[in-house]
Design a protein around this ligand. Structure first.
Ligand SMILES: [Zn+2]
Length: 608
């Protein structure tokens, strides 16, 4: 008997040991932030952001010390993109309006530290953030929405990886980030099964670029549909404990307003840049009230920890100041408050702003203008020097340019309170008189060194832009086709290295359309097989090789990709590339051995 009992105890203690697994990472904000900054280098680093925000925090603290603060409740309008796969409303991923509303109620209780709700605390450092969120009563065009703040979107996909969300879902569905806080509810792919949400951090300054590309195309928060809402507020059977009381959105909204995890994403010496949140040696899970690490009691009730939803109830005064600083300095945060869609009360005259699909156009070409003015303009007055029409009162006009030159554009936007100042962009539109028999060149000698050895990135051999030990299947460069060429007859390629082992070795020069994710190569439009012998003399003389296609290759006035398909049989081949990594958008692509198109920078983990 004794022997039997001993065995049983052993099994039990083995079971208890097995449960002490490392904390699962439910929030991917830090991981996604790294990827996003690699994809959009114009965002700078988190340290850059910290410098700007700390300066603003000091200003706010000084004003507070001098009693120069006003008690103002700020409002932020939300659009929730409910991403489903064709289910009826209220079933599966197509969550009900009531579930969405329950979530926004929790968010407001938490941000207002509302008495009598789970968001209340009596901690002396606990703060009412004085920030309220609403489901936007109107859509992007100012029309009243049947389901306020809800955009139901059939993504025709059972689930979503973070890559698919960042590259496809967000850019396809996002609403104007100057006016709306964008939130997506999705079913995460099984590869992200431990994930419950992630946010995009705010940026520190205005960034150039179209709203449809760059960081504005991905700004917002993603939460799994099983954690969006609260079981305290209704019967929502899709919700899964212990993250079923709406605190995922509270946590991610904290990130979206610049808060870091309470443990600073490191050990005791890592900082969350907030003074009144005690240091912790790592995240807490469950609800270990009174947990001690880093010689102090950890604030496991803080929304920026990983504890259970029911455990959380506090943002601190320091966290509040940080979020208010973000709302004063960050693009796409500041404007949300100014837009004030929640109250449908126009706070001020518009601040005029617009964007275009293209600032360079071929003679006779068209430019589409998109109004981005704040504060609900109801009328617009545009002038287009050199354009047809020369003036417009439409919100989003399309203008044709029939004379070569560079031209100014002006806009005045008007709402019920009056007219904006005049926005004038001089020399804004460039109309080229170059004919169709022309070239598009993306080689800039001022950019990156042209032949990069893979040894710079690890224990690899060969060249980045050619045959190498990573056995890339193809390399390609993006051509934006700003003048809208319809056809191309050939390409010049500057081969930097060539060594022929097999006399009849060839390489395929390929043209793809640029319709993959993020303009990656899509379908093949043209292919020409070229003997390496043909290009050896050019490479030796350091001059480009001209390759003519067998036909006028149609590119339909759209961007395209040109590159090489590599079939390694001992010969060495590399092209010179001047592509400047991703600093101006993704231009340089390679196809991994697994057949996936990837920007150089992501594949190699370095900005080139
Ligand atoms: Zn987080």
């Amino acid at each position: 008997m004794r022997g039997g009992l001993f065995l049983l105890l052993l099994i039990l203690s083995a079971g208890a040991f097995a449960q002490q697994l490392p904390v699962v990472e439910p929030c991917a904000t830090m991981q996604e932030d790294q990827k996003s900054r690699m994809r959009f280098p114009q965002r700078g680093s988190l340290d850059d952001f910290e410098k700007v925000i700390q300066k603003k925090i000091k200003e706010i603290e000084l004003a507070k010390a001098q009693g120069r603060t006003e008690n103002t409740i700020l409002n932020i309008p939300i659009i929730v993109h409910v991403v489903h796969n064709g289910e009826a409303i209220g079933t599966g991923t197509n969550i009900s309006q009531a579930q969405v509303q329950a979530q926004i109620e929790v968010l407001n209780e938490d941000f207002r530290r509302a008495p009598g709700t789970p968001g209340f605390n009596s901690n002396p450092v606990g703060a009412d953030i004085e920030l309220e969120f609403c489901l936007s009563p109107v859509d992007q065009n100012g029309n009243v929405m049947a389901e306020p703040g809800i955009h139901r979107y059939n993504g025709a996909r059972a689930d979503w990886s973070t890559e698919q969300i960042e590259n496809i879902l967000k850019p396809t569905t996002i609403w104007n980030t100057n006016l709306f806080y964008n939130i997506w509810t999705v079913r995460f792919a099984s590869s992200n099964s431990s994930l419950i949400g992630y946010a995009q951090f705010p940026d520190q300054s205005g960034l150039a670029g179209l709203p449809t590309s760059g960081p504005a195309s991905t700004d917002g928060v993603v939460v799994r549909f099983q954690s969006f809402g609260s079981v305290d507020k209704g019967n929502f059977p899709v919700m899964v404990a212990p993250y079923n009381r709406g605190r995922t959105l509270t946590h991610e909204t904290g990130h979206w307003l610049g808060l870091r995890h309470i443990w600073g994403d490191g050990g005791c010496s890592a900082d969350d840049f907030v003074a009144d949140t005690p240091n912790a040696d790592g995240p807490s899970s469950g609800c270990p009230i009174g947990r001690i690490s880093c010689s102090g009691v950890n604030m496991v009730e803080n929304y920026m920890d990983y504890t259970n939803d029911a455990c959380m109830n506090i943002f601190t005064q320091g966290q509040k100041t940080r979020m208010l600083a973000v709302l004063q300095v960050s693009p796409r945060r500041k404007s949300l408050v100014e837009g004030n869609l929640c109250n449908l009360i126009v706070a001020d005259v518009p601040t005029p702003n617009f964007d275009v699909n293209n600032t360079t156009v071929l003679l006779g070409g068209e430019v589409s203008f998109t109004d981005l003015s704040t504060n609900f303009p109801t009328s617009w007055s545009w002038t287009f020097a050199g354009g047809d029409p020369a003036t417009s009162t439409q919100r989003n006009p399309v203008v044709r340019y029939n004379s070569p030159g560079t031209y100014a554009v002006t806009l005045v936007a008007t709402n019920t309170l009056g007219s904006s100042v005049l926005l004038e962009r001089l020399s804004y539109i460039d109309v080229s008189e170059e004919g169709l028999c022309n070239t598009e060149n993306n080689f800039k000698s001022t950019n990156t060194p042209s032949l990069i050895k893979l040894s710079a990135f690890g224990a690899y051999t060969g060249y980045l832009t050619g045959h190498n030990s990573r056995r890339y299947g193809a390399i390609s460069e993006y051509f934006s086709n700003p003048l809208g060429y319809q056809k191309i007859s050939g390409v010049n390629i500057n081969f930097g290295k060539i060594k022929i082992i097999n006399e009849d070795a060839t390489v395929d020069v390929v043209v793809w359309n640029a319709r993959g994710a993020q303009n990656a190569p899509g379908s093949v439009i043209e292919r020409k097989t070229v003997l390496l012998q043909q290009i050896a003399a050019d490479a030796a003389a350091n001059r480009p090789t001209t390759i003519y296609f067998d036909r006028e290759t149609p590119v339909f006035g759209r961007p395209y990709q040109v590159g090489l398909e590599l079939a390694y049989a001992g010969d060495t081949l590399a092209i010179r590339s001047s592509a400047n990594g991703q600093s101006t958008g993704v231009t340089s692509w390679l196809k991994t051995q697994a057949g996936v198109w990837t920007p150089y920078t992501i594949e190699l983990g370095a900005n080139i």
